[in-house]
Structure formats: C-alpha cells, structure tokens
Design a protein around this ligand. Structure first.
Ligand SMILES: Cc1cc2nc3c(=O)[nH]c(=O)nc-3n(C[C@H](O)[C@H](O)[C@H](O)COP(=O)(O)O)c2cc1C
Length: 354
C-alpha cells in the first residue's frame, strides 16, 4: 500500500466528503485552516513533507526557477492563509488568490458543487476574499518577499477585479492590487477569465486587455527597473480561435511574460448522467470534462506565440499532465485533480515527468 496515495483516497477523502456532505466549501475551509496551522508547525510539516514530497523536474520559466513542473492553481488559497504549507504537499509553486483590490464576500452559498461521477466541480465562488490590504499584510507577516523563497517555492498572486468596481475602472482596480501585492509575489497572474464576476471576461477583448496588460507591465517596470515582475494572463477555454488570436496579440503587445491556459468552462459537455443535475447550476466547470479542451487551447497558444504557457484544466492523472506538457506547457497547475486524488497526484506527475 502506498501511504500517500491510498491514505488520501481511502481514508482522508471519504472522511472529508462524508463529514461535509452538504457543502463542499466547508471541507475546503477546514483544509485551509489545517494547512495554515501545518505551515506554522516545523516538526509536523517536515514529517508531512517527508511522506509526500518527491523531487520534480526543475525548469526556469520567465526568469523564475521552479523546482518542479506541478503547481497549485488559483482559487484554492484565495487569502494566502496556507502560503507556507504548499511546498510540504509537494507543489513546486503555488498561485495564491484571486485577490481583489477591496475585500468582498463572493456569491451566496452554496456556490461549489461536486460532480464525483464526472471527476468534476462546478463553482461560482465570485472572488470571495479579504482584499489586497489584508492579503498583503498576511504575506508581509509571513516574511514572504519576491525572490526570497520564504515559502520554499515560487508564489504567484492572481489578481481580479472587485465586483463593485465598474468595468470602465478595471485598470485602476488591478493597479491598486498590484501595488500592494507585487512586493510579495514571484509572478502576477491577471485573471480576466473567471465566469463568476459579471462582465470580467469582456476584459479579454483585444483593446481592453492590451490596456490592462500594458498598465500592469509598465507598473512592474517602474517598481523594479531592469528586473520587472513577470505578469501572466489567464485565459478562458471558451474563446474561439479568432478571439484567442486577439488575446495573444494584446498579451504580446502589452509585454506580458506568459499565459495560463485555462480557467473553468461554461460548457457542460462531459458531465456524466449521474451529475446532470449540475448542468443547470451557474458557474464554471473544472476537472475531467475540461481535460481535452484545455489541452487543445494550450497547444494553440504554444503554437502561436513564443511566450511560455502554464497549463491548467483537467489534470486528473500523470498522463494528463504529460499530455499538457507535450502540448507545449512549461508548467502545469492542479485544482480539481488535487481535490479528488490528493498529494499522490503530484508525486505521480513528478515520477512521470522525470
Ligand atoms: C472552487 C474553485 C475556485 C476557483 N477559483 C479561482 C480563482 O479565484 N482564480 C482563478 O484564476 N481560477 C480559479 N479557479 C480555476 C482553477 O484555478 C483552474 O484554472 C480550473 O479549475 C481548471 O483546473 P482544474 O480542472 O485542475 O480544476 C477555481 C476553480 C475552482 C474549482
């Protein structure tokens, strides 16, 4: 028996899923609480690290040295509470957030739904987070500064638009967050692809995106002349190829360092019969139903730009990660696969990639 693989899927996951059958989000809150504690307990975290960590395949992307290829996707640690813990589960990097300039509660609960027969989740969280001041303070207290590896691994911070801020003022909203959070990040991700903030995805339109990316990269150059903080742009899987061409043009013209492909999808294709009831829930679908589309988008992006691509979407097995890397991704991120398979998935991918 593999302690990590079987321990999670046979013991930890069933207990968690049963304990919180009504609302998957409460498991999530408990898990983040436990990981925040873990990050602060040297003996315990080292033991967990001994059980779960495997060495990855190091790679340098956008000037950042990553100790492996597998990272945590945005949305799991929205408030950076567990920033110090992710390395002990085996992640080679973690993308914190999405953080908005002002704190906000997000949508009403329930807002995340499990689709176990499909290996999927549907969520409409709506950027619930404490806001850029709170998150920046927390990272400061944890001693996390760009490049200092206080968390043991590179940390990205994902930025989104505050719901109450009109779209016309989006650039200022992102810049406010950037000023507060960039000192604590190894890269910034511009999230313009969540389906759960009204109008957000329209920021992927060429003109708006070019302006947003240009403003943030200019600010990065001002903050650190000679060594500007890399800015990535995270795109939706629901764009057509002409729309994606426009995004690539804007991202290149704006001076971004790379792309993250993809966020969750509005499509409901691939939901198993047993999960069809979730087809009518508003929100983004992630996990197994997204695997093929994310791979397609990564291949398209990698084929049409020289910028590096971080692959995200439906990595449920080591083979899925391998396929995303083969499609042109330099790194991969996990969310849904990690919920269903736990840290063993990271170990499996590390083994496969090595
Ligand atoms: C509950 C939940 C919350 C998420 N929140 C965010 C978020 O705040 N920002 C973001 O960029 N992506 C967010 N995502 C999208 C993930 O980062 C990821 O791109 C997507 O789920 C596809 O990967 P997966 O199939 O491995 O889950 C969220 C996903 C889920 C399931």
């Amino acid at each position: 028996m593999n302690l990590v693989r079987d321990g999670y899927t046979r013991l930890v996951r069933p207990a968690l899923f049963r304990a919180h059958a009504g609302d998957p989000e409460s498991i999530h809150e408990d898990m983040i609480g436990a990981l925040a504690l873990l990050g602060a307990l040297p003996g315990v975290r080292d033991l967990v690290g001994l059980l779960t960590r495997t060495s990855g395949d190091p790679v340098t992307v956008a000037g950042i040295d990553f100790p492996g290829r597998v990272g945590l996707a945005a949305g799991m640690d929205k408030d950076a509470r567990a920033a110090l813990a992710w390395q002990y589960l085996g992640f080679a990097f973690a993308e914190l957030g999405t953080v908005t300039a002002q704190g906000q509660p997000g949508n009403d609960r329930p807002r995340v739904f499990r689709a176990p027969a499909s290996g999927a989740l549907v969520n409409r969280m709506g950027f619930n987070n404490g806001g850029s001041v709170e998150v920046s303070n927390r990272l400061g207290v944890a001693g996390i500064v760009r490049g200092n590896r206080a968390a043991g691994i590179p940390l990205g911070i994902s930025l989104g638009k505050t719901k109450a801020t009109p779209l016309a003022d989006a650039v200022g909203d992102y810049l406010t967050s950037f000023d507060r959070l960039a000192p604590h990040a190894d890269y910034i991700a511009i999230n313009v692809s969540s389906p759960n903030t009204p109008g957000l995805r329209s920021l992927q339109d060429g003109g708006a995106l070019g302006e947003l990316v240009g403003a943030l990269t200019a600010r990065a150059a001002l903050q650190a002349p000679g060594d500007p903080l890399p800015v990535f742009v995270k795109v939706a899987p629901d764009l057509t190829w002409p729309q994606l061409d426009e995004v690539l043009q804007a991202v290149t013209d704006g001076g971004a360092a790379g792309l993250i492909a993809t966020n969750t999808t509005l499509s409901r294709t691939g939901l198993a019969e047993a999960d069809r009831r979730l087809a009518d829930e508003a929100g983004g679908l992630s996990g197994r139903p997204l695997t093929a589309r994310a791979r397609e988008v990564v291949a398209y992006v990698a084929g049409h730009t020289d910028l590096p691509v971080i692959g995200s979407g439906g990595v449920m097995t080591a083979d899925d990660a391998r396929a995303l890397l083969d499609a042109g991704a330099s790194l991969v991120q996990l969310y849904t696969g990690f919920i269903y398979a736990g840290p063993a998935l990271i170990a499996d991918i590390n083994e496969e990639v090595r």
